[in-house]
Ligand binder design. Structure first.
Ligand code: ASP
Length: 357
């Protein structure tokens, strides 16, 4: 007999006999006690590599490489979960793989600023403890997610920026590299194109030319029911003036609590104004919405209604997750306890759903 059938029978029995009769565990049959026990959480990891997927700009090889990178990120995170490590470890392990992969806009392969530099932002949040760490505008940190985590675990602060963050990175033993490490020709060409469009007056506004959303993120649920979220990005092509997007801002692009974990990707200014990641979790917490309802309300309705676009990955404490996006595609994937990675790139591509819980 399945657990849900047992639960149904138990409920019917309770109704028929009156709550008083079966109201104490002493009187309840053994299977009723078993059915009342909450099911142990099934570990799961969900990732994204940005909502800026455009079929036209991706060769067959690019697609293969992106899928392979997403799969290795999922495997790296799954290895942590399978070893009984906390959700936080799964999130950071997966994001390190994506930061190291040059096709995503994070770590190596990050987009360029107007001045031809790479300025990286990242944040991590542990839903169980409510602790968080973030960095913005760093340009020598090989894996910004590692520095965000170090800020959370080794400092009294939540967010460090620029040169100061790099002084802290040195002290915390986080790997620094020469800024040229982040450069890829593809991103350089994207900047040249954006600059040309801007000069010819084609761009409607500073950031309009630059929707190469390739931010990476991960959310995980571990065997003890703990949630965590992390995000890492180079921001948006042609950004200036020390612009910082939503990714490193707790509550905007990254958020986790005991019920919900979110990592966003998209036009950061809109995510900040909507406090998007926290808003999704708040709708679950205070309005009793499901992961899907809350995620879709913010990503499919509110952000586009305000003029923005993008996507997010959202994971609930019961293991339900949603991956909404309103662009042509989003690099995305998930992996459950069986260790089989599932990935998808385009909108018309269906991502295998987990078996019913
Ligand atoms: N959200 C990021 C930002 O605005 C961009 C992205 O998702 O790729 O900085």
């Amino acid at each position: 007999m399945t657990n849900s059938l047992r639960r149904k029978l138990h409920l019917q029995l309770r109704r028929a006999c009156g709550a008083a009769l079966l109201g104490t565990m002493a009187l309840a049959p053994a299977w009723a006690a078993e059915a009342a026990k909450p099911a142990a959480p099934r570990p799961v990891l969900v990732i994204h590599g940005g909502a800026g997927v455009e079929r036209a700009g991706l060769s067959e090889q690019d697609q293969k490489d992106a899928r392979a990178a997403l799969e290795s990120a999922l495997r790296a995170g799954h290895a942590a979960l399978a070893a009984g490590k906390p959700a936080l470890d799964a999130v950071t392990a997966a994001i390190v793989v994506l930061e190291d992969a040059p096709m995503f806009n994070a770590g190596r392969g990050a987009v360029f600023t107007h001045d031809g530099k790479n300025e990286l932002d990242s944040a991590v949040m542990d839903g169980a403890s409510g602790r968080a760490g973030a960095v913005a505008g760093v340009h020598r940190v090989k894996n910004p997610i590692a520095l965000a985590r170090a800020v959370m675990e080794k400092s009294k602060h939540v967010m460090l920026v620029g040169d100061g963050a790099e002084v802290f990175a040195k002290q915390a033993g986080v790997t620094l590299v020469d800024p040229s490490y982040f450069r890829t020709d593809k991103r350089w060409q994207q900047l040249q194109k954006a600059l040309k469009e801007e000069a010819s007056g084609q761009a409607h506004e500073d950031l309009e030319t630059a929707k190469h959303f390739g931010t990476v993120g991960a959310v995980a649920l571990d065997a003890q029911g703990r949630l965590a979220a992390g995000t890492s990005t180079g921001g948006m092509t042609n950004k200036r003036y020390g612009r910082v997007g939503d990714s490193p801002i707790i509550g905007a692009g990254t958020y986790a609590d005991a019920r919900c974990a979110v990592s966003g990707t998209g036009w950061g200014e809109y995510y900040i104004r909507a406090v998007a990641a926290h808003e999704i979790c708040a709708r679950m917490r205070y309005a009793g919405q499901s992961v899907r309802e809350a995620a879709s309300g913010v990503i499919d309705r509110d952000i586009p209604a305000a003029g923005g676009d993008g996507g997010a990955i959202v994971l609930g404490a019961n293991g339900d997750f949603a991956l909404p996006f309103n662009t042509e595609g989003m690099y995305r994937g998930w992996i459950g306890a069986d260790g089989v990675p599932h990935v998808a790139l385009f909108k018309d591509e269906k991502l295998t759903e987990p078996a019913a819980r």
